[in-house]
Design a protein around this ligand. Structure first.
Ligand code: ADP
Length: 393
């Protein structure tokens, strides 16, 4: 069974075509600058990378090129071979608690929830429409990034603000990265051959979030009403005192939107280091003795440790702390800095075992109070699996 996994942004479209019998990716790629001058696409196939510069006026054009290429490259003989398409959706509001088949009602809801994800949800809807036009008979599924967090209880998802904000404007914690955290929960259970695991899942990428998982279900997560909340990130501040917003608005004569842009795009690693949002540049800066990089790393680590410690208490029994995504999978230094600060909880890193990148491994000592793992995430595969399971139901 061949399933296509799609992740569309406002001007991009990422895809992977899976052979679900082996779970191997047959071809993957990225269409960029859709609707913007200077469009291009990259395809990864048979160990080769092909890049083509071509204007991409809208998502429909990108989808058409994508499907033509699959046939041209003989990845598939005809479009019927694609037995399902799974779309990643950033926001499912508080309505969607799991992945569902695409219907007109679902597409309308995705548009309706655009208020919560103004850059992403409209693009998802456009992309679904484009796929439905060229593959009218192919079943499609949507996988919501917020769905996994819908098991959080009310006392944790509400903010202590006027209740009316929740009732009338739906202000509450929704979380993000749910597909990644769910993948981690399922995959770790498979790897350890154990059910009922309590996990603190640390998705540390350019965006980052920490999730407390009890017995496969999310009990709390660090991102909030938007992905802005929680730990410090590449360019996002994470949690701050909200009074800073009107204070700096006044100082700099900026609008709320402009300040939000500063908090989203010019803060985090980039804001503190004044150098880069990329943790590799920060690590390089640290080696060169750059004080601001050293400070940025320490602040990042502190913010992660704060959430892990909080969730340690929340879960009561923790079977695993799991590192994933760009930084989590690839930075032994950052992992070590985090685990060293958790020493009061009896959590201990095995420095030698920690010296790995991008592969599943236990990296804590045998006498550590909690086992610590690195586990590469695979959101695309999770989307493809949900799609297959729902189609087969
Ligand atoms: P996102 O999906 O949120 O864009 P990623 O999960 O790709 O982010 O993570 C990006 C972050 O991971 C960057 O800070 C980058 O420096 C870091 N990263 C990615 N690959 C590596 C690597 N090989 N070594 C060290 N850090 C890496």
């Amino acid at each position: 069974m061949k399933i296509m996994s799609i992740n569309a942004g406002s001007s991009s479209l990422k895809f992977s075509l899976f052979d679900m019998t082996t779970e191997n990716v047959l071809i993957s790629g990225l269409f960029e600058r859709i609707g913007i001058e200077g469009g291009s696409y990259t395809l990864k196939y048979n160990g080769e990378k092909i890049k083509v510069e071509e204007e991409l006026p809208d998502h429909s054009v990108a989808v058409k090129i994508l499907l033509e290429k699959l046939i041209e490259l003989q990845v598939i003989k005809n479009l019927e071979e694609i037995q399902g398409v799974g779309h990643r959706i950033v926001h499912g509001g508080d309505k969607y608690t799991e992945s569902v088949m695409v219907t007109d009602e679902v597409v309308n809801d995705i548009i309706k929830f655009s208020d919560f994800a103004p850059l992403h949800n409209p693009a998802h809807a456009i992309c679904i429409k484009a796929f439905r036009e060229v593959l009218p008979n192919t079943p499609m599924v949507v996988v919501f990034d917020t769905a996994f967090h819908q098991t959080i209880e009310k006392a944790r998802y509400l903010y202590p603000v006027p209740y009316k904000w929740y009732e009338e404007y739906h202000v509450r914690k929704y979380g993000a990265h749910g597909t990644s955290h769910r993948y981690i929960a399922i995959k770790l259970s498979e790897e350890l051959k154990k059910d009922n695991l309590n996990i603190i899942s640390c998705h540390l990428g350019n965006g980052g979030s920490i999730t407390a998982i009890r017995n496969g279900k999310c009990v709390d997560t660090s991102m909030g009403f938007t992905p802005h909340a929680g730990i410090m990130m590449g360019t996002r501040s994470g949690d701050i005192d909200v009074s800073i917003v009107p204070y700096v608005m006044e100082k700099e004569g900026k609008s709320a939107t402009e300040i939000m842009n500063d908090l989203n795009k010019k803060s985090g690693f980039l804001g503190i280091s004044e150098l880069s949002s990329d943790s590799r540049d920060i690590e390089k800066g640290i080696k060169e003795g750059n004080e601001k990089c050293i400070l940025a790393e320490e602040m990042f680590v502190n913010s992660v440790v704060k959430y892990i410690a909080q969730y340690y208490v929340l879960l009561g029994r923790v079977d695993a702390i799991c590192f994933t995504a760009g930084i989590g999978e690839n930075s032994p230094e950052t992992r070590l800095d985090i685990i060293e600060k958790l020493a009061p909880l009896g959590i201990k890193m095995d420095i030698e075992k920690n010296n790995i990148r991008g592969e599943f491994a236990k990296i804590s000592t045998d006498d550590s109070s909690v086992s610590v793992y690195v586990l590469p995430t695979n959101e695309e595969l999770m989307i493809a699996k949900d799609t297959m399971n729902i189609i087969n139901r």
